[in-house]
Design a binder for this molecule. Structure first.
Ligand code: ADP
Ligand code: GN1
Ligand code: MG
Length: 374
């Protein structure tokens, strides 16, 4: 985005500063002011259709966390996000370039990308996610908006994959029929591109369908009450934890857009999915992509140090399976996005989402071979 435009938006929040892009997220755009005081974010409103509700959730949850941090003698401005309102108190600024919000920049702190984390950092992040869930145990979960409906509804994610798969098979049939009657190659290059993607994706679609019994595991538990509905973060990649620059302690869980009612297993599972692995999520060389059992055990240790007493028996049983579930779901999401022409995740090249999907499924294949009591 243009420097001038960013400056202008900063001013709408009462801050006169220069902003530079930071971060590696797939959804929003993040900028930090050059003076290191403010974070400006453009919210992706294709994905978050009701950004006001996102901000209401964030305000409610951070208020609860701030109170808890203060009770524990900790500094709330370092322990959670602080929203900076615009002039006249609005939490969002809308311009032709999009919808923006501002946070205080948590200074003297940094995030770590999954492929760079050490085992110690991973264990500390696990404890931070555990503390986050614990601090929000008494929060009235039903008050939260569902900022992305059915976000971790794996069964619906799978149904969508099947739907898109059928659409692509129809494309292929149509093209074949036209070729037969007209005797020439299709005159629809976009359809040809869709069909090509189908062919590339086919082995992984078949794989996803072959393990579909994984999908309802947590949903069933939520439905029968063996898994409680709780406040969940829903995007527990390690780069959503801030570490203190001096002590390297995990101080804050950030990126709260997807805080919603859900299962705590989604958070455990997604953190393992994204962090207990040996390569970047989009590593092009499949042979480098592995599940990392040692990292899994470090994460589990950190998480249980905060949450062991709070979890139900069923949740404890499903720790490793929840990682399988979230890996499966994420693979399905990347694969569906690839088949649809990448409307959701930011991509740098045409096969980007296919590479991501394939890596998830490879990790899942390894996870499914592990002993259940790991
Ligand atoms: P995305 O949804 O794109 O992942 P995040 O909210 O996670 O966006 O922000 C991206 C990165 O920006 C984070 O990983 C972190 O390094 C940095 N960041 C975001 N908010 C803050 C903040 N309030 N203070 C310090 N750093 C931040
Ligand atoms: C997205 O923006 P980022 O990278 O934190 C996505 C997560 C996926 C993740 C996969 C709102 O998160 O659900 O697990 O990409 N966030 C949303 O890398 O869809
Ligand atoms: Mg993030």
């Amino acid at each position: 985005m243009e420097q001038n435009e960013l400056k202008h938006i900063g001013q709408a929040f009462g801050k006169d500063a220069k902003f530079r892009p930071i971060g590696a997220g797939h959804i929003n755009d993040t900028y930090r002011s050059e003076d290191g005081r403010w974070i400006l974010q453009r919210i992706n409103t294709e994905i978050f259709k009701r950004p006001e509700e996102v901000m209401e959730n964030i305000e409610a949850v951070t208020a609860c966390l701030r109170k808890k941090l203060a009770e524990d003698g900790k500094d709330p401005s370092r322990g959670t996000l602080t929203v900076v309102p615009a002039e006249e108190g609005a939490l969002l600024v809308k311009t032709e370039s999009g919808v923006f919000r501002m946070y205080e920049n948590i200074r003297n702190a940094h995030s770590v990308e999954p492929e760079e984390r050490t085992l110690q950092e991973f264990e500390k992040a696990a404890a931070a996610f555990g503390r986050f869930q614990r601090a929000l145990q008494a929060f009235p979960v039903k008050k939260l908006h569902e900022t992305i409906p059915d976000f971790h509804h794996t069964v619906k994610r799978l149904a969508r994959l099947k739907e898109v798969f059928s659409e692509r098979l129809r494309d292929e049939k149509e093209a074949a029929a036209e070729q037969e009657t007209a005797g020439s190659l299709s005159s629809e290059p976009e359809r040809e591109e869709r069909i090509q993607r189908l062919h590339q994706a086919l082995p992984w679609i078949e794989y996803a369908l072959s393990v579909e019994k994984i999908a309802p595991m947590v949903l069933d538990g939520l439905a029968n009450g063996s898994i409680p509905l709780a406040v969940t973060h829903n995007d527990t990649k390690i780069n959503n934890v801030l570490f203190d620059d001096d002590t390297n302690e995990a101080i804050a869980v950030i990126d709260l857009d997807t805080v919603m009612p859900g299962s705590r297993l989604y958070d455990f599972g997604d953190a393992v999915r994204s962090g207990a692995v040996t390569a970047a999520e989009d590593e092009p060389e499949l042979s480098k992509v592995h599940f990392d059992p040692e990292a899994y055990l470090a994460f589990k240790r950190g998480y249980l140090s905060e949450m062991a007493d709070a979890l139900t028996a069923r949740e404890k049983e499903l720790l490793l399976p929840s990682a399988e579930l979230m890996t499966y779901e994420c693979g399905i999401r990347f694969l569906t996005d690839y088949l649809e022409g990448d409307p959701y995740f930011k991509t740098d090249y045409p096969e980007h989402n296919l590479v991501r999907a394939r890596n998830q499924f490879r990790i899942l294949q390894e996870m499914l071979k592990l002993p259940e009591d790991l």
